[in-house]
Write a protein that binds this ligand. Sequence first.
Ligand code: AMP
Ligand code: MG
Length: 512
Amino acid sequence: MWVLRYNARMAGYPKFCKRYATLPSSFYESVEPTPVANPCLIWGNGPLGQFLGMEQGWQDTTDALGLFSGNHVQDGSAPLAMAYAGHQFGHFVPQLGDGRAILLGELLGHDGQLYEVQLKGAGQTAFSRRGDGRAAIGPVIRETLLSEAMFALGVPTTRVLATLSTGETVVRDRALPGGIVVRVAKSHIRFGTFEYFAAREDKESLRALVDFVMGKYYVDFAPVEWADLDAVSAGLLGFFDGVMARQIALVSKWMGIGFIHGVMNTDNMSITGDTIDYGPAAFLDEFNPEKVFSYIDTGGRYSYGNQAAILRWNLGVLGHCLSGLFEEGGSRRAFWAHIESRLEAFEGGFARAWQTEMGRKFGLTITEGETDSGNSLQDDGAIINEFLGILDDTGADFTVAFRGLYDAYVSGELGVMGPTLERWWERWQARLVAQGDSQDVVAERMRVANPYIIPRNHQIERVIQAAEAGEYGPFYEMMLACEAPYETRGAFEKYAMPPEPDARVKNTFCGT
Ligand code: AMP
Ligand code: MG
């Protein structure tokens, strides 16, 4: 089989830009997708496609099928696999790279920004090592469900443009149908991209990477003036602060909805602060800070409650890479001392972001220090932590309990939560009264912070099993259920329910 080249523009498709391909050749390896036997478009994200310049109904065209299966390559485009390294479970691997993902290029969004379009599962690349470069249908379905649900939940994330089956078989622990996920991101650059060049002491590429990332994604920060040593330090620290702020905002949002990324290796940390690489990612059912789903995470490194600590560790790795831009000696040590002071301030910064995010779930607006009405950050922290403590003790379902709290606030009745919460409830109510917002304002703040529906593991497993048998009805239904997570929609009630004990999912697996 061979790849057809054709002029997709004639078929009404926007032309892929080659922005990443203009970076130095050390950044990537050119590669074309390996065609597949019998591609079928399972799902196309209509609105996202139109946002990226495609015509209405693009999902139904043979051109879309050709492009997104990798069977056709757009004339003049320059597909590639990105180079990156990374710390996996704390151990440095100097070369990872896109082993099963191929960047087609970028498309211009209606917001004037370029978005990278990548095929995941499109065949081997220079970085595949022993891997087959393919993806099984299960991980493809999981990534589609999770990333689109995260988008609907309001969490920064990569998106899915299309989901395909390939008509081929991939062999994992058993033979499975193959799939491709078409992923869209502002950028696929990871902390690990910085590590790749830092480990090689390739300062030229590292500087080009900093310039590219800051110029495209951190435009509010002054670009680094490389000729002036003091200015380099100030510029890089500004960049580091920007990355840290976005990552703190992201991970505190994860905490607020009970999301566990599951594999926060530095190669899975996006430099733009989006959720990326949904491998074993999953949502909490019962509240348990030590919860881990990934079966390889036996030490609990990436547990729900350890995500902030791991983020700090990962930021340390990024800071270390940036320090490699200085000559060994005084200036590098001085820069590293600045990074260390940032890392020391991390805890306080994260605690504030976490409290703001969790506070929204209780209708609270967090105020710094003591307020006129006498509320302090500590008081609010106590209200939040005491409620979480009760969830922990009772093994309550995280999402149901918080949505229940919202319902209880609206109705003014505690219901089944009554006996355990009475004293806590009074303190919380007093705090809300002191805040002075109307009941409607508080209720709305709570509604949009406490989802009715999250993509639950037992439902995802059910959908994947059906998809493995070639049945996609359950997948379509679940996509609809996750589309408006903050609405109470009775028709989708089964997606709001926690699993029966025997349906509870204990482990999730990476896509490999
Ligand atoms: P992940 O655990 O998904 O973050 O992937 C870690 C590394 O393994 C990345 O470099 C992937 O590109 C690579 N990889 C994962 N699965 C495959 C596969 N089936 N074929 C080739 N490379 C893979
Ligand atoms: Mg990865």
